[in-house]
Design a protein around this ligand. Structure first.
Ligand code: PMP
Length: 420
């Protein structure tokens, strides 16, 4: 009998000696860049009720008509249950694709439903597009800063991300030219420009209309596709709708859309509008990922669009977000110490704040959480080491009172950092 109990594997052969994950040496090389985003890591602390969270980007759904949605869903199960609970086309429900074309027409896009592929949120669209176009080492151009989920997808396919700096009017065409010239000199292949033209996540800026054709022209000249990600396009606080890039260059722009911010993020219904030539490969890629997007959820969206005043609902969402935007901008003006600057969004969910020189917004975060306010550090929105003097403040979810309190707390933390 072994007095010390069952035999232990020798330490030398224990892969967990170096890492707690015993599967470490099995993973594909492409997983090396997959790390939890800083925002995700923060989620648990930031969701404590005493913390005012300016960190997450959750849409505020309180204005949704839940009673009538409940009635509609039960009618749906009764009337179309056997269709809704069954597999469907990999490309998505045809009626919904027609409705999606009507929505995109608001932005000047003329599209055929055959070129629309319904996805599980536009996040899946990002994954599909990267899967179709990027080999390891290919370059993707993206605004600096850029959407954290896009950076995650590009990294997962081992693409190299080159950031292109913006100003208050969005992506700067001259910076795009320089980035293309630089990558070409280095002998690298640029596959696409990924851009969020309207109410940028995280920068809160919108691409000036007079820059749009120039950007399309530059990309065409360099043989680079454009991925236009537009989940916030209908959330302008004055009700403006900007012309989509896709509207002027249907053969060179892939457009990503979503119902997450204009209806319900939990239904996970988005779409890709591809150039006709790309559509077939896109459908095959989508099929191998999910077989088909959830039929029931697509029918819920489709019925909602045809039976509710969707534009009226969006107007209510916009008014809610506008009230919150006013609250956060007013509080920033009132409380922020000298040396801070921030963007002034005219739609969407986010303000991008630059802190005074010498303050490290990432290092400051734990102290901010102790002071019961959370934000997303700027570093999470870059693929390189940039962003430490910036942060994203999301105003979409908290009440205006909580937003004002959060900014007051944040200003207090910044003041003590400056004194250090
Ligand atoms: N793109 C951008 C710019 C986003 O902000 C988001 C969500 N925050 C997405 C894509 C993904 O949206 P969804 O998958 O919910 O459609």
């Amino acid at each position: 009998m072994n007095p010390s109990g069952p035999t232990q594997p020798s330490d030398e052969h224990d892969p967990s000696r170096h890492n707690l994950d015993p599967h470490l040496d099995r993973y594909a090389a492409r997983t090396a860049g997959m790390t939890a985003s800083e925002i995700r890591a923060l989620f648990a602390v930031a969701s404590r009720p005493e913390v005012v969270s300016l960190a997450g980007g959750m849409p505020n759904l309180t204005a949704l008509p839940l009673e009538s949605l409940a009635a509609q869903m039960s009618d749906l199960i009764r009337e179309e249950g056997l269709t809704g609970l069954q597999y469907g086309s990999a490309q998505g429900v045809p009626t919904l694709r027609e409705q999606i074309c009507e929505i995109m027409a608001l932005e000047g896009i003329s599209a055929h439903p055959d070129d629309v592929v319904v996805t599980v949120g536009s996040q899946m669209g990002l994954d599909m597009v990267t899967r179709l176009f990027c080999d390891p080492g290919d370059v993707v151009l993206a605004e600096g800063p850029s959407y954290v989920g896009a950076i995650g997808s590009f990294t997962a396919y081992q693409a190299e991300i080159e950031h292109v700096a913006m100003d208050d009017d969005g992506l700067v065409p001259e910076n795009l030219r320089e980035a293309l010239a630089r990558t070409e000199r280095e002998g690298k292949r640029v596959k696409f420009l990924y851009t969020i033209p309207n109410f940028h996540n995280p920068a809160g800026v919108t691409l000036a209309v007079n820059r749009r054709s120039e950007i399309l022209e530059i990309c065409r000249q360099h043989g680079v596709l454009v991925i236009e990600d537009n989940p916030y396009g209908l959330l302008d606080f004055n009700g403006n709708i900007y012309p989509a890039l896709r509207a002027s260059d249907p053969d060179n722009v892939i457009y990503l859309g979503s119902f997450s911010k204009t209806f319900a993020s939990g239904l996970r219904v988005g779409w890709v509008l591809a150039p006709h030539a790309v559509r077939e490969k896109l459908v095959l890629a989508a099929e191998s990922a999910t077989l088909c997007p959830p039929t029931l959820n697509q029918l819920v969206v489709s019925r909602y669009l045809s039976s509710h005043d969707w534009m009226g609902q969006i107007k209510t969402f916009r008014e809610n977000y506008r009230e919150r935007r006013d609250a956060i901008l007013g509080a920033l003006e009132q409380h922020m110490p000298p040396g801070c600057s921030w963007t002034h969004p005219s739609g969407g969910f986010y303000v991008w704040l630059t802190v005074p020189e010498g303050v490290d917004a990432k290092a400051m975060l734990p102290r901010a959480v102790t002071a019961r306010v959370a934000y997303a550090s700027g570093t999470g929105f870059y693929a390189n080491a940039e962003g430490s003097s910036q942060m994203r403040l999301s105003y979409c979810y908290p009440t205006p009172e909580r937003l004002r309190e959060g900014v007051r707390r944040l200003a207090g933390v910044l003041e003590s950092e400056i004194e250090l």
